[in-house]
Design a protein around this ligand. Structure first.
Ligand SMILES: [Zn+2]
Ligand SMILES: [Zn+2]
Length: 303
């Protein structure tokens, strides 16, 4: 008989999909590196990851097929009646919401931040600029809080793993030979409650931090969860060669030394090493733990 899928099965299916997607992303990255070279790849790597995700969902969910993870635990997508497959439109909307929207949001926030920090052509007073720059980490924080709330709710109710599935009302059912025992959900409910408690306590801590900062009269920026690493800062052609990263062609952030003596951004070389453990310039092979992050090396960044 068919029943709503259990929390454990949904989690296991997404873990399986994630590991499959990771290998797909790595393959796409390797292909891009071979065809277009490391510089182009490092500029487009996030877009390529999104393309890999979209292709995967187009070939599975949008083509009336199960994903690898869904097949692995034998669960099927349905609409809210739990009787019919979700319509094609609904599945397409879910794909866009799940893969494209977070990417667009993240990259527009990053672009806006870069623009406000570097461009002088925008008609904004320095005060307004500062206010928007202070608001950006708050937007990121809010998004991450929504995500964590949603995950805690998933652990408690065990229906929608992704926000996209909640918004489009896409459920999972599973074929079972016998009735599921009631107790099987309990560990996840405890996890959900613990996640909520952790979220509330971290928010309270953050609030306390803000109050103290305001009390001290400091105009302190909220600590941002996502790194403010300036991505692909290729617009600046006036960066001295000694401060340029050969991968992103922008100003080097957190300079990192390879055993062969080449310098890169920490982020750039680290991401490069995920697929290939060699120097992009001289092809010298080395294990990732030989990378040395240079402390007090970069010139102090003006923010
Ligand atoms: Zn770089
Ligand atoms: Zn090298």
């Amino acid at each position: 008989m068919f029943q709503p899928a259990g929390t454990a099965e949904i989690i296991r299916s997404h873990q399986k999909d994630d590991s499959f997607l990771n290998s797909l992303r790595t393959t796409v990255a390797e292909l891009a590196q071979r065809i277009a070279g490391p510089r182009i790849w490092i500029q487009w790597r996030r877009t390529l990851d999104v393309c890999a995700d979209v292709i995967y969902l187009l070939l599975t969910t949008c083509s009336d097929l199960q994903t690898v993870g869904e097949e692995y635990v034998n669960i099927i997508l349905t609409d809210s009646t739990l009787r019919f497959l979700p319509s094609k439109w609904r599945r397409a909307t879910m794909t866009v919401l799940q893969v494209c929207v977070p990417y667009i949001l993240q990259s527009s926030l990053l672009k806006l931040e870069n623009l406000l920090q570097t461009s002088t052509s925008i008609n904004l007073t320095p005060a307004a600029r500062e206010v928007i720059l202070n608001l950006l980490p708050l937007v990121r924080k809010t998004v991450s809080v929504i995500h964590r709330c949603h995950l805690a709710m998933f652990y408690i109710h065990g229906v929608f793993y992704h926000i996209a599935k909640r918004l489009t009302g896409i459920h999972y059912i599973q074929y079972m030979t016998k009735e599921r025992s009631e107790g099987s959900m309990r560990p996840f409910q405890i996890l959900g409650i613990l996640s909520f408690l952790q979220l509330v306590s971290s928010l309270l801590l953050h609030l306390g931090y803000l109050v103290v900062a305001l009390h001290n009269g400091k105009n302190s920026r909220l600590p941002s969860e996502t790194n403010s690493f300036v991505e692909a800062d290729t617009s600046g052609t006036n960066i001295p060669a000694s401060e340029k990263c050969p991968l992103c062609l922008g100003r080097r952030h957190q300079s990192t030394l390879t055993p062969c003596g080449h310098l890169y951004c920490w982020k750039c070389i680290h991401e490069w090493c995920v697929t290939k453990q060699e120097c992009p310039l001289c092809r010298d092979q080395f294990p990732v733990n030989r990378l040395i992050a240079l402390q007090n090396f970069d010139p102090v960044e003006v923010r």
